[in-house]
Design a protein around this ligand. Structure first.
Ligand SMILES: [Zn+2]
Length: 91
């Protein structure tokens, strides 16, 4: 996989999957927060995949997949090929 696209938030090059054309870069993914600005962390539920989101400050589970990065609404989900993918929600 050599294709890249520009991160929709900061313009950084991101490895391109056809399935995830609006994926943000890892640095932006790490800046994700909820609607109130609390920082979030995403991970797989277990070794077979799945999706979980947690607050970074106290480790509590975040029961949604919508998050915000630099004010842009994004959607986090399990990546089909492992890990987690965060995409900007189309306006
Ligand atoms: Zn970025």
């Amino acid at each position: 996989m050599n294709e890249t696209h520009d991160c929709p938030i900061c313009g950084e090059k991101v490895g391109h999957w056809e399935r995830y054309p609006k994926q943000v870069c890892e640095r932006c993914q790490n800046k994700a927060s909820d609607a109130y600005g609390r920082r979030l962390q995403f991970s797989n539920a277990d070794s077979s995949g799945g999706f979980k989101a947690f607050y970074r400050d106290n480790g509590a589970e975040y029961h949604q997949q919508i998050c915000y990065i630099d004010g842009r609404k994004c959607f986090a989900n399990e990546h089909r090929f492992g890990g987690v993918v965060v995409e900007v929600v189309k306006k």
